[in-house]
Write a protein that binds this ligand. Structure first.
Ligand code: PMT
Length: 218
């Protein structure tokens, strides 16, 4: 059994990738499988937390005991997260959120009449940044940073700009790390400027290490 060090804590976790519709049959998506976020949700339930999981489409079964809110678009994720946030102690945003969406969704399937097709994209709201602005002193905000280059620079920027307590920096080009892998390799950056490098580990194991660190703040 696990120690029940998150009893009475309300934890909001996001997982998977968002999808932005182009037309009724196509979307812009990303390679997130949901494994990282689902592992955290499962670990948090094991430790006694009350868990809400806001999830993009995945093939994974929801962990037993978790309240699941299924979404597709970033705007749907945003609305679900903002609704749950006031009554949440800890937010962990493992989801891979689309930074841009098509400015309009075609009402009918786009036909392949032209040799080139231009899509115009509109920047999406940054959900985590919005939460950073709303955060109360008794709430903890944990983000992820998925990067292909300059990992620590960008992760540090996100930690500061989004007003986070901790960010999980993920070099998604490393073998055995990032999207769809069963393992991950991350560095943890903290609000106070300190950092910690973790070895490659199963996402299930990493989920518990992340919660160990979070418990040391609360
Ligand atoms: O799902 P898996 O296949 O297991 O893969 C795991 C993972 C690689 C998706 C995960 O470990 C990870 O790194 N998740 C973050 C992916 C991401 O979108 O990173 P980002 O650097 O673009 O975003 C930074 C943070 O802001 C994230 O916490 C993200 O949820 C949040 N964000 C980003 C954009 C946006 N519009 N709103 C947000 O809330």
């Amino acid at each position: 059994g696990h120690k029940k060090d998150l009893q009475q804590k309300k934890i909001l976790i996001t997982a998977g990738g968002t999808r932005e519709p182009i037309d009724p049959v196509r979307y812009i998506g990303n390679r997130s499988s949901g494994k990282m976020g689902y592992a955290i949700a499962k670990a948090a339930v094991e430790r006694g937390a009350e868990v809400t999981l806001v999830t993009g489409p995945t093939v994974l079964a929801a962990p037993v005991g978790v309240k699941v809110i299924a979404i597709e678009t970033t705007e749907q994720m945003r609305l679900a997260v903002l609704a749950a946030f006031p009554d949440t102690d800890i937010v962990i945003k493992a989801a891979a959120v689309a930074d841009y969406r098509p400015t309009e969704t075609a009402p009918q399937k786009i036909k392949k009449t032209d040799d080139t097709l231009t899509l115009i994209l509109q920047k999406n709201p940054d959900i985590l940044k919005e939460l950073g602005g709303l955060k109360k002193p008794n709430q903890l905000l944990i983000g992820f940073a998925a990067e292909t280059h300059e990992l620590l620079t960008y992760a540090r920027q996100k930690l500061v700009q989004k007003n986070l307590d901790m960010i999980v920096a993920n070099d998604v080009t490393a073998p055995g790390a990032g999207f769809n892998s069963d393992t991950n390799i991350v560095k943890l950056l903290y609000r106070n400027g300190s950092s910690e490098e973790l070895p490659q580990m199963e996402k299930d194991k990493l989920a518990h290490v992340l919660l160990d660190r979070i418990c040391s703040f609360v």
